[in-house]
Unconditional design. Structure first.
Length: 212
């Protein structure tokens, strides 16, 4: 029986909700084939986000960790390929921090790849009828910060970790032309992704690149 920790960010940038937190709340205690989901809530702050997830890892002792955040403008659920060692915040975090070009870990490696089977996750969601694409950038805000920091913390362990960005909810996008996805589909997508992690020790070969 595998334990998978799925974390969700709190609202940020003045918003009232974050679909990541709403979806993760729906997944608390959900049973998978050969697995179960535990969750944790994460503040959108440069100096607290990583520690919140580390505390949850210590408490739950999971086999796998999926960190989840909102990505306005994206039309699909997007497992991230890589985290980079840079904080360059276009807006302030929830405690007013707005670093420009600061390393997340001084003298840390430039980047960490996801250690989750991102192609298998992507294919599983697509086969379930849920829009999903590999993403090759998690940005330079708190989501990338958390992805990098947790990957750094777990670098010498057997615990696999990766980050997934999700679209806005329809109610968040209602007054705009931005794409959105229902909360039910986002939650189902994260559950399918978690099952794919448990089912795929090795990743599969699937095109996930882009041409600029
Ligand atoms: N999305 C932001 C931070 C929190 C969240 O849910 C990001 O993509 O960095």
């Amino acid at each position: 029986m595998k334990k998978i920790l799925i974390t969700g960010f709190e609202p940020f940038g003045g918003a009232a909700i974050n679909p990541a937190l709403e979806a993760v709340k729906l997944l608390e205690g959900v049973a998978l084939n050969n697995g179960e989901i535990v969750i944790c809530q994460v503040p959108v702050t440069r100096f607290k986000a990583i520690d919140a997830v580390i505390e949850a890892i210590k408490y739950h002792q999971p086999d796998y960790v999926i960190t989840v955040g909102q990505a306005g403008g994206r039309a699909a659920i997007t497992p991230e390929r890589v985290a980079i060692n840079i904080d360059d915040f276009r807006i302030a975090d929830n405690e007013g921090n707005q670093p420009i070009d600061q390393p997340i870990v001084v003298d840390g490696p430039d980047g960490y790849f996801s250690t989750l089977p991102i192609k298998a996750m992507t294919q599983a969601l697509q086969q379930a009828g849920i829009p999903c694409q590999v993403s090759n950038t998690a940005g330079t805000f708190v989501c990338n910060h958390l992805f990098y920091g947790v990957q750094h913390y777990l670098r010498d362990t057997r615990i696999a970790h990766g980050f997934i960005h999700i679209p806005l909810l329809p109610e968040q996008a209602a007054l705009t032309e931005q794409p959105s996805m229902s909360l039910a589909m986002i939650a189902e997508g994260l559950k399918v992704a978690a099952q794919a992690v448990i089912d795929n020790e090795q990743d599969i070969q699937l095109t996930g690149g882009t041409i600029c």
